[in-house]
Design a protein around this ligand. Structure first.
Ligand code: SF4
Length: 590
């Protein structure tokens, strides 16, 4: 028998990791063929991030080797591929996945050990390669191939779950807690410049799985006691079937207790269908929050990135609808988009603060992903996009051992409208907003300032940027360091063996020493009022007492470190289970 090895190294969080979904799809589809079954043995899928040597040691005379490559396993996959070819020169090495380049000539010059790239859906092409290799047919070499058509009926691709691909893998790795990825459809009708999905789906065709298929996956996942599912659909909730999918998972959770969480990326058109889907999942505590995507409110930036947002009145209406239904929302913004300026970015932040009515705001840094419009030289030249290669921000991922290959991401740190010095300021103010607004470290206080003195939230946050509040200097340093190629994520070993975002570390530090922080904040507010309103708190005892009272009240509403068994437990419960999660104490998930 010939040996097939599939590689899909996923990022672990402590002892939790995703089942290798793409590899599972390739394997189960190929195994529908008798010819494949009679001639090939699929070896256990290699899914654990490890040293190159440890991975290579698991190989024995491979015939065909497949890699699913993404931003989090790119360099490791390349190095394993290179060493494999040296050791087993007759093996045929195929790369696929979101980071496999469509324009491949340069890639093959740099990485000649890779024989073939399969772009987009790989199941049918991968099976054909296995069959053709047996027949002695000429196999494609140093080229990219892709499927001509995307099927509407996705059930032609069997499920790796119900097909039994993972049964042995789970049994052989009982120390690992697995998470699962599912998809109920493939494709996205939109074309955002920073996302590869829009580029791959030129015909805007969406393929769907049947209800039976989806129910089969749900049953298997539940019976195997998998707690966490990520639904990889691009726009969950946008289609009628999604209401049925949500109900299927709720029914199965009610029956067996699993899964506990069902994470999705909701559709960009905020329809009633999405509201219905979100309500079903939220009531069952499967997915508590819903994202209302914005990314920016600046018109020319939206045009540059090929997005159209819902109108702000519609957004506010929806926001109210979700609030009444007790479904928290969160809104995402991207920093570094082409056409954004320092001023327009602050306007975006202010508008979103107004629109979200106290719900969470998340700010992401714009990253250049392979095969996107943003990655094209023309587009980058047009907007004079400046990037830096920085260690991959593996937020909440397990801290890498020093002997593991480091992965990188290309972060946008400047454009023709936002030079790096402005990017640093915007990144810092974004962390301040997330800390004060989303983590509620100063939410009530800022609301009071806004109402009482008719100032804008962003005026106060900009003032904080220039203050000597201890966390701000740290934010500034991190932002500056990112522009020089240093990592954004923080390793604070006292808080456990995972990476945290800067605003998360700031939040943990504040809780750790609450009295000190709120004393400092009181002083900063004093200066703000003096400078912006010419009010001297020392002369205005009533105002001073009110601010002191608000500071004390906020301080006392935050969790206490002493209520946890350890600092690590405190960090995990407060951030990991408290930010976007439905699980455990939900301390800060207001
Ligand atoms: S960002 Fe979302 S909506 Fe835009 S192309 Fe990608 S998947 Fe589609």
């Amino acid at each position: 028998m010939r040996q097939v090895y599939l590689n899909e190294y996923n990022m672990p969080t402590d002892n939790t990791v995703y089942l290798p979904y793409s590899s599972g799809l390739l394997q189960i589809y190929a195994q529908q063929s008798d010819v494949v079954n009679d001639n090939y043995e699929f070896k256990p899928i290699l899914f654990q991030r490890d040293t190159v040597k440890n991975i290579i040691d698991q190989y024995d005379n491979p015939d065909v080797v497949g890699f699913s490559i993404s931003i989090w396993n790119y360099r490791l996959s390349l190095e394993v591929g290179k060493q494999l070819k040296k050791k087993f020169p007759n093996s045929y090495i195929i790369f696929g996945g979101p980071s496999a380049p469509l324009e491949s000539q340069e890639f093959f010059q740099e990485h000649p050990y890779v024989d073939l790239i399969i772009y987009k859906e790989g199941e049918r092409l991968f099976k054909d390669i296995l069959v053709n290799r047996l027949n002695g047919g000429k196999l494609p070499y140093h080229t990219t191939i892709s499927c001509k058509d995307s099927p509407k009926d996705l059930d032609i691709f069997p499920s790796p779950y119900t097909g039994g691909v993972y049964t042995k893998l789970i049994k052989d790795n009982s120390q690992i807690k697995f998470k699962a990825i599912i998809e109920t459809n493939r494709g996205c009708p939109f074309k955002c410049a920073y996302c590869f999905w829009g580029v791959t789906n030129i015909k805007k065709k969406i393929g769907f799985h049947s209800d039976e298929y989806i129910r089969g996956d749900a049953e298997w996942i539940s019976q195997n006691k998998i707690e966490y599912i990520f639904c990889a659909d691009a726009n969950f909730g946008m289609y009628k079937n999604d209401v049925r999918t949500a109900q299927t998972y709720v029914d199965i959770k009610n029956k067996n207790g699993y899964p506990e969480k069902f994470r999705v990326c909701y559709g960009k058109n905020a329809t009633n269908n999405i509201f219905q889907t979100a309500s079903i999942l939220s009531r069952a505590d499967l997915a508590k929050n819903i994202s209302l995507s914005v990314q920016t409110t600046t018109d020319n930036v939206l045009q540059n990135i090929g997005r159209k947002n819902i109108r702000s009145e519609t957004f506010e209406k929806l926001q109210k609808q979700y609030t009444q239904a007790n479904i928290p929302t969160y809104t995402e913004i991207i920093l570094g988009l082409p056409g954004e300026t320092y001023d327009s970015y602050l306007i975006t932040l202010q508008q979103i603060i107004n629109m979200v009515q106290g719900n969470h705001i998340f700010v992401y840094h714009c990253v250049v992903l392979p095969n996107t419009k943003l990655a094209s030289k023309n587009y980058q030249n047009q907007h004079k996009i400046q990037t830096i290669l920085a260690p991959l921000a593996e937020v909440h991922g397990t801290i890498r051992d020093y002997n593991l290959i480091q992965e990188f991401e290309e972060v946008v740190i400047g454009t023709n409208t936002m030079p790096p010095k402005d990017w640093i300021k915007c990144a810092t103010i974004s962390w301040i907003v997330q800390l004060f607004h989303s983590f509620k470290v100063g939410y009530d206080i800022v609301e009071w300032l806004v109402k009482t003195f008719n100032v804008k939230h962003i005026d106060f946050y900009e003032f904080l940027y220039n203050s000597d509040l201890p966390q701000i200097d740290n934010f500034k340093n991190i932002a500056r360091n990112v522009t020089m190629g240093h990592p954004r994520c923080q390793k604070i070993l006292n808080y456990g063996n995972i990476y945290y975002d800067p605003e998360e570390v700031a939040f943990l530090d504040i809780i750790y020493d609450k009295y000190y922080f709120y004393n400092c904040l009181y002083d900063v507010i004093k200066s703000f009022l003096k400078i912006s309103q010419n009010i001297n708190i020392l002369d205005n005892i009533e105002c001073g007492c009110l601010i002191k009272g608000l500071c004390n009240q906020t301080r006392d509403s935050l969790p206490n470190v002493d209520d946890f068994d350890s600092l690590q437990e405190f960090a995990t419960q407060t951030i990991l289970y408290g930010r976007k999660s439905t699980k455990k104490k939900e301390i800060n998930d207001k």
